[in-house]
Design a protein around this ligand. Structure first.
Ligand SMILES: [Mg+2]
Length: 382
């Protein structure tokens, strides 16, 4: 069984935990200012006003004039994310992080020690609540696809177990957009054929779907039937470490996109350092409003786990990848691959490297020790 864990309104919940006077009030995290920028996260009190992440801040404050707007404090979220992962690690080393606040756990090797997958998920929820005063939703299912839907369906504080025999019954009534890879465009096309639920989709032949949707047709047919063989790939086994953000609404503002990229870079770099890995190739992924997706890579002269070096590559790739006049973007991803076997660091004492390595070290250490960080590097668009 696979467990999918996803923190509830993560950034916003962490901020509220740090400022108990905000409990129960509508809070969004984002910026850079009230007039520009978008919400990176909204707590449930804010969502009641129709506010969601990636919404322009001006619209959010219009919907809720008393909205508390807090700046993004990524180093703090990274440090809390580490604490969350330490809790996951008590129960299995087979952890595949999807983002700072989301991960798949394969617990098949831990059942003898801790009991059923549902039991383990319950313990994790309990540990996270008690030790970090935060809430995580859990989905437990035979595969990744179903576990991910299960963790989402009863949010917040979700706990949903789907056994093998109940899987199809669980999937059938759900709308087709619940399927990975079915975006707005495919959803619309399917709806035009009268296909609105997963059951409708399943009643088509794979041939019929492939004729209309190509390879994607086969993919969605399999998922509709609960078939998903993808394994949980832990960072230790992964050939790359990456992080991506999908926006509910397309983002066109370059400064906002750069801020997201910077956050993703910081997440990836700190995971590399945590896992003692260095990679030579930096990748970015951009999905445009029309779902066309591009991936761009840059191979560095030497392997690195340094935030600043990865950031320089990411920024360069992004600036050359974005054709002018076509910038409405719905997904951004950053990854590092091409790992070296030996991760022992041979530093050059006299280069700028040392400064940045030290900065990374200090950042990581403070994050670990205090869970709160005042150092947050500035990012420049140019
Ligand atoms: Mg979450």
């Amino acid at each position: 069984m696979i467990i999918h864990l996803d923190m509830d309104a993560f950034f916003a919940s962490v901020e509220v935990r740090e400022r108990p006077e905000l409990a129960g009030l509508p809070v969004v995290v984002g910026g850079p200012s009230k007039s520009r920028g978008v919400a990176a996260a909204a707590n449930y009190a804010a969502r009641k006003f129709g506010i969601h992440s990636a919404m322009p801040m001006s619209q959010a404050s219009h919907l809720c004039p008393d909205l508390c707007i807090l700046p993004v404090n990524m180093p703090l979220y990274v440090s809390v994310s580490k604490q969350i992962h330490e809790i996951f690690n008590r129960y299995t080393p087979e952890i595949e992080p999807l983002s700072l606040d989301e991960a798949f756990l394969d617990v098949s090797g831990s059942l003898k020690l801790f009991g059923s997958a549902a039991e383990i998920a319950k313990r994790i929820k309990h540990d996270v609540k008690r030790e970090l005063q935060l809430v995580v939703s859990a989905g437990i299912a035979p595969n990744k696809f179903v576990a991910k839907i299960a963790s989402d369906i009863e949010k917040p504080d979700g706990f949903v177990v789907i056994e093998e025999n109940d899987m199809q019954g669980f999937l059938d009534p759900l709308p087709v957009k619940r399927i990975w890879g079915v975006g707005k465009k495919t959803e619309q096309q399917l709806n035009n054929y009268g296909i609105t639920t997963i059951k409708d989709l399943r009643s088509q032949s794979p041939r019929w779907l492939m004729d209309r949707f190509g390879k994607q047709g086969d993919h969605i047919y399999r998922l509709a039937n609960g078939l998903d063989k993808r394994e949980v790939i832990s960072d230790a086994k992964a050939k790359s470490i990456s992080s991506e953000s999908t926006f509910i609404e397309d983002i066109s503002n370059k400064e906002t996109l750069i801020a997201y990229l910077s956050n993703l870079t910081e997440q990836v770099a700190s995971r590399l350092r945590e896992k003692n890995r260095k990679g030579k190739t930096v990748n970015i992924k951009i999905r445009f409003h029309d779902f066309t997706t591009i991936v761009r890579s840059k191979t560095l002269t030497e392997s690195t786990c340094q935030t600043e070096k990865i950031w320089q590559a990411v920024k360069g790739l992004f600036n050359t990848a974005i054709p002018s006049g076509r910038i409405a973007i719905r997904l951004l991803g950053v990854g590092v691959s091409g790992f070296e076997n030996d991760s022992t660091y041979q530093g050059d004492l006299f280069s700028e490297d040392v400064k940045y390595d030290e900065l990374d070290e200090v950042t990581d250490e403070i994050n670990q020790r205090f869970g709160k960080l005042k150092i947050h590097r500035g990012r420049h668009t140019k």
